[in-house]
Design a protein around this ligand. Structure first.
Ligand code: 26Q
Length: 845
C-alpha cells in the first residue's frame, strides 16, 4: 500500500526516510546506542548504528502490521522450519524499504562507504543450504505479498560452522555470529513457554470419570522467543521470524538454594541451555542423535503453545485452531508437531480424539525435500520413547487407527501394511517421520515437477495410493530482491532502465527484456556490467585464496553443499580431461576457463571431505603448471555462505547443476544463476528440467542420463568398468589419478574415489562422463561466440521470472494454505506526540 508522503518533522528521527534525516539518526545512534564519538567509532560501531537506524524504520511498520492482523479473519501461515538461512539483514532491508540510494548518500556525506559497512554484518547462518535458504526466501515473499505469517525456528547460538581450508583440507571453526550482538532481534521474555522432556506418562480416571493421561517429565526447559522483523518489498507489511532459545527454569536456582549444591545446579542449567547451542551441520543424512530430536520437539512445542496463546488472544477456542493457522512443515524436522498438537488438544484441552485429529489434519501440510531414501528421517523407537514417552503413545494410537483403515481398504495386503506403518519393524524398530507427516497433513508437496512425480511413484508411493488427492507439486523459487536487486546492482540498473522496476515485485515482467537480446548496444552494456561483477570477484578470489584469475576467462562455477550425488568430482574429471588435452597437445585450442568451487562438507562425511581435497589437489597441480599458461585455473573458495553467494552468482558465466538425475529434489542455485544471466549446464534433474523449458533449449546445456534411463541402466546391470575400457579419454583421466599425479605421487589417497568407482559407481560418473565432456565442448564453442553468449545471457535472465519465490508462495497460498493478503495501513502519530500516547490514555481508561 503506497501512501502520500507526509511532511517530515524534527521528531521523525526514527521514521523519516530522507537522506538528511537518516544521516542525523545514524549519528544519533553512534552517540547514544554505541556510546561513541563519531571520530572514535569502530567499523562495528558504524554497522550497529546504521542497523539501529534502519531497525527504527521497521518498527513503525512492524507495529502497524501487528495492529492490522489483530482480529482479522484471514488465516496466518505458521512456517515451521529447523533452519532459516537468512543471510545479512541490513542490505536487504534497505532494498525493501526502498532507501538504498538515500542511505548511500547519507553515508557518503559523512565520508563513509556503505558497502564497507554492509560487509561488517556477521550473517545469521542458521541453516545448512537449500532448505534453510528456501525458508528465508519464502519469508521475504510472504511479507511482500502481504500474507499474515510467522516463521518459527531455533535461535542457534552457533550457526553453520565456518569452513577454513588448511593443506587443502576442510577444517571447521565455530560460528560465533552473536559475538557483536544482534541488532535485528527483540527478546520477548513475557512470551516464554515451558517445554517438558523425558520421564513417563500416567494413565488415570479423572473425577468426572474420564480416562486421562498425564505426562510426568524428567526435565523442563524454558523457551524464550527472539523476534526479528521481516519487511516485504515496498509494502508496510513486517512479519515476524520467531526463533526460540532454550533456558533453564528457575527451579534449578530453587533447588540450589535448598540443597546448597550451587555448582551442580549450574551445570544442570548449562545442560538445558545446550539444547539450542548448535545447528547440526548435516544435510541429507541423519544419525539418530538424541539432542537433535530434543531440538526438533523443543521448537515445535514452543511454537504450538505460542499459536494457542495467539488464538486465545483473538478470543477463539482451541477447536478453531485450523481456522486461524495454516501450519507448514519444512520437511519432516518439525513433524513431531502433529503428535504434539494431538497431545495438547486431547490431554490438555480434553477434546475427543477424532475431533482433535480432524483439527490437526486441517491445520498441517508437509513439504518433502528429498529423494534419497537414506535421508528420510527415522528415529529409533527406544530413543524416541526416552525423549517423548507420551508422544510415542500418541503415535502408536494414530498408527493403530490408521492401520485399521488400511486393512479394510487393502484387504489381506500385509506387506503394504508394513510399508505404510508409522513404525518400521524391519530390524531395530524406528518411527518414520515422513509417514507421520503425510498422515497428519491435508497436503503434501514436492519442490519440482520431477521430484513430485518420483515422490508419487517411488519414495511415497504407498501413501500416494492411499490419498492421491493430498499430493501436489510446487516448484521452488528464490527472492529476486536479495538475489538480483541487492546482489547485482549493475544488472538491476540496466534492466530497470530498459523495462522499469516493476519486475522486482513481479518477476514475469522480465519477459519485456527479451527484445533487448537482439540489441547490440544493450548487449554490450550487459557485457560490461557482468564484466565489472567478474572483476570484483577476481579481487575477492585473490584476497581469499591468493590465486589470480583472468576476468576474461569463462567463469565456470559450482557452488553448493559438497555431496556425492551432486557430483563435484564429475566436474573435476572434466578439468583433468582438459588438462590432459593440453599436456598431450600444448597447442590445443582450449577456451580459457576459471573453475570456481565452493561449498561445505558435513564434518562427519568423510567422502565429501575427500572430494574437497581432490578439488584442491587438482587445483595445486593445474595452477602451478607453466604449460597451462593461464588457460585453466581452479579455485576452491572457502566458507561459502549467503554473502559469498551474493558476490558469486552475478559474476558467473557457466553454472554447474550436474547431480545424477533423480537425486536433486529441486536445486535453487540454478535459479539464482539464471536470473543473473549465467547459463546453466545440467542434468535433467530437479528444477533444471523446468528451467530449461523456461529459458529455452538454446539457453541451457543439458547432458547425461535422464531419471528413467538411470533406472533402466541399473536394472540392466550397470558396469562402470566398461566405460573405462571403451573411452580412451576417460581412461587417461582415471589413470592419471591412479598414478598419484594429483596426490604428490601417493596413489592411495584418491583411490577410494576411483578404484571403487570402477567397480561400484553409485552416482554413475562413468556413465555420464562422455556426455558431460561433449556438452562442455558445446559450451566452449558458444562462449567463444560473444554475441551469441550475451544473447543467451539476456534471455536466461528475461525468462527466469517463473522462479521467483513470489510465484511459489502464491501457489502455496491458493492451493494449500487458503490465505489472503491483509494490506497494512501505516500508523502515524500527531506531530510532537510520542508513539504510545494514545495507547496510554486508552489503558488508563
Ligand atoms: C535431518 C536430521 C538430523 C540432522 C539433520 C537433518 C537435515 C538437515 C538439513 C536433513 C536435511 C537437511 C537439508 C536438506 C536440503 O537442503 N534439501 C534441499 O532442499 C532444497 C529446497 O527445497 C532443494 O532445492 C534441494 O534439492 C534439496 O537438496
Amino acid at each position: 500500500m503506497k501512501e502520500a508522503p507526509r511532511p517530515e518533522h524534527a521528531d521523525d528521527t526514527r521514521t523519516a526516510l530522507s537522506s538528511a534525516t537518516i544521516r542525523r539518526a545514524f549519528l544519533d545512534h553512534v552517540f547514544h546506542t554505541q556510546g561513541k564519538l563519531p571520530g572514535h567509532a569502530s567499523q562495528n560501531d558504524l554497522y550497529q548504528a546504521l542497523a539501529h537506524t534502519v531497525r527504527d524504520r521497521l518498527v513503525q511498520r512492524w507495529i502497524s502490521t501487528a495492529e492490522a492482523y489483530l482480529g482479522q479473519p484471514s488465516r496466518t501461515v505458521a512456517y515451521l522450519s529447523a533452519e532459516f538461512l537468512m543471510g545479512p539483514h541490513l542490505g536487504n532491508n534497505l532494498v525493501n524499504l526502498g532507501i538504498f540510494d538515500e542511505v548511500r548518500a547519507a553515508m557518503a556525506a559523512l565520508g563513509l562507504d556503505l558497502d564497507q559497512i554492509l560487509a561488517q554484518e556477521d550473517e545469521p547462518g542458521l541453516g545448512n543450504g537449500g532448505l534453510g535458504r528456501l525458508a528465508a526466501c519464502f519469508m521475504d515473499s510472504l511479507a511482500t505479498l502481504e500474507i499474515p505469517a510467522l516463521g518459527y525456528g531455533i535461535r542457534y547460538e552457533y550457526g553453520i560452522f565456518q569452513q577454513t581450508i588448511i593443506d587443502g583440507m576442510q577444517v571447521e571453526k565455530t560460528d560465533t555470529w552473536l559475538r557483536n550482538g544482534n541488532p535485528w532481534e527483540i527478546q520477548r521474555s513475557e512470551w516464554a513457554v515451558q517445554v517438558r522432556l523425558g520421564g513417563h506418562s500416567e494413565h488415570y480416571t479423572d473425577d468426572r470419570g474420564h480416562y486421562r493421561v498425564r505426562w510426568v517429565p524428567a526435565k523442563t526447559v524454558v523457551g524464550v522467543p527472539f523476534d526479528s522483523p521481516i519487511l516485504g518489498y515496498r509494502v508496510n507489511t513486517v512479519n515476524t521470524l520467531r526463533l526460540w532459545r532454550a533456558e533453564a527454569t528457575e527451579a534449578f536456582d530453587f533447588h540450589t538454594f535448598n540443597r546448597g549444591d550451587y555448582l551442580g545446579a549450574v551445570s544442570k542449567k548449562v545442560t538445558s541451555e545446550n539444547l539450542t547451542k548448535v545447528l547440526y551441520p548435516n544435510d541429507e543424512t541423519q544419525q539418530g542423535k538424541e539432542l537433535r530430536l530434543e531440538q526438533q520437539y523443543f521448537f515445535v512445542a514452543c511454537s504450538l503453545q505460542d499459536m494457542l496463546r495467539l488464538l486465545a488472544a483473538d478470543g477463539m477456542p482451541v477447536t478453531r485452531f485450523h481456522e486461524k493457522f495454516a501450519v507448514q512443515l519444512n520437511d519432516t524436522h518439525p513433524a513431531v508437531g502433529i503428535a504434539e498438537l494431538m497431545r495438547l488438544l486431547v490431554d490438555e484441552h480434553d477434546l475427543p480424539w477424532d475431533e482433535a485429529w480432524d483439527i490437526t489434519r486441517r491445520a498441517f501440510a508437509y513439504t518433502n525435500h528429498t529423494l534419497l531414501p537414506e535421508a528420510l528421517e527415522q528415529w529409533p523407537l527406544p530413543l524416541f520413547g526416552r525423549v517423548l514417552p507420551r508422544h510415542l503413545e500418541i503415535i502408536f494410537e494414530i498408527n493403530a487407527r490408521f492401520l485399521d483403515e488400511v486393512r479394510i481398504r487393502f484387504f489381506g495386503d500385509e506387506s503394504r501394511l508394513a510399508r505404510l506403518s508409522l513404525i518400521d519393524e524391519r530390524g531395530e524398530r524406528h518411527v518414520r517421520m515422513a509417514n507421520l507427516a503425510c498422515l497428519g497433513s491435508h497436503a503434501i508437496n514436492g519442490v519440482a515437477e520431477l521430484h513430485s512425480r518420483l515422490m508419487r511413484e517411488d519414495v511415497l508411493k504407498d501413501i500416494y495410493a492411499m490419498w492421491p488427492e493430498k499430493f501436489t507439486s510446487i516448484t521452488n523459487g528464490v527472492t529476486p530482491r536479495r538475489w538480483l536487486a541487492l546482489s547485482n546492482p549493475r544488472l538491476t540498473r540496466l534492466v530497470t532502465q530498459a523495462i522499469g522496476d516493476g519486475w522486482i515485485a513481479d518477476l514475469d515482467r522480465l519477459h519485456a527484456l527479451e527484445p533487448f537480446a537482439e540489441d547490440a548496444g544493450f548487449r554490450q552494456e550487459w557485457q560490461r556490467a557482468r564484466r565489472e561483477n567478474k572483476l570484483e570477484l577476481v579481487t575477492l578470489i585473490r584476497d581469499a585464496t591468493g590465486v589470480t584469475v583472468d576476468p576474461d576467462s569463462m567463469f565456470d562455477v559450482m557452488v553448493k553443499r559438497i555431496h556425492e550425488y551432486k557430483r563435484q568430482h564429475l566436474a573435476v574429471l572434466h578439468i583433468i580431461a582438459l588438462y590432459h588435452r593440453i599436456k598431450s597437445d600444448p597447442h590445443a585450442e582450449i577456451v580459457p576457463r576459471t573453475f570456481l568451487f565452493a561449498g561445505k562438507a558435513a564434518p562427519g562425511y568423510h567422502y565429501a571431505k575427500l572430494m574437497i581435497r581432490f578439488i584442491t589437489s587438482v587445483a595445486d597441480v593445474v595452477n602451478r603448471d607453466p604449460q597451462v599458461r593461464d588457460r585453466l585455473k581452479v579455485v576452491f573458495l572457502p566458507n561459502f555462505n549467503v554473502s559469498y553467494g551474493q558476490r558469486i552468482y552475478p559474476a558467473a558465466d557457466l553454472a554447474e547443476q550436474i547431480s545424477l538425475a533423480g537425486k536433486e529434489a529441486s536445486g535453487t542455485g540454478n535459479m539464482k544463476f539464471a536470473m543473473n544471466g549465467a547459463i546453466n549446464i545440467g542434468t535433467m534433474d530437479g528444477a533444471n528440467i523446468e528451467l530449461r523449458e523456461a529459458v529455452g533449449a538454446d539457453n541451457f546445456f543439458p547432458f547425461g542420463l535422464t531419471a528413467p534411463e538411470v533406472y533402466a541402466l541399473r536394472a540392466d546391470g550397470y558396469d562402470p568398468a566398461t566405460y573405462y575400457h571403451e573411452n580412451a579419454q576417460l581412461r587417461a583421466v582415471i589413470d592419471l589419478i591412479h598414478q598419484g599425479f594429483f596426490s604428490r605421487g601417493d596413489p592411495v589417497l584418491f583411490r577410494p574415489q576411483f578404484d571403487e568407482h570402477l567397480r561400484n559407481d553409485p552416482y554413475l560418473l562413468m556413465a555420464d562422463f562422455a556426455s558431460y565432456v561433449d556438452c562442455q565442448q558445446h559450451v566452449s564453442a558458444a562462449f567463444s561466440d560473444t554475441p551469441r553468449w550475451q544473447r543467451m545471457s539476456v534471455l536466461s535472465c528475461a525468462r527466469s521470472g517463473r522462479f521467483s519465490s513470489d510465484r511459489a508462495i502464491r501457489e502455496y497460498c491458493e492451493r494449500i494454505w487458503k490465505v489472503q493478503a491483509v494490506p497494512v495501513r501505516l500508523l502515524h502519530r500527531a506531530s510532537g506526540a510520542p508513539w504510545h500516547m494514545e495507547e496510554m490514555k486508552e489503558r488508563r481508561g
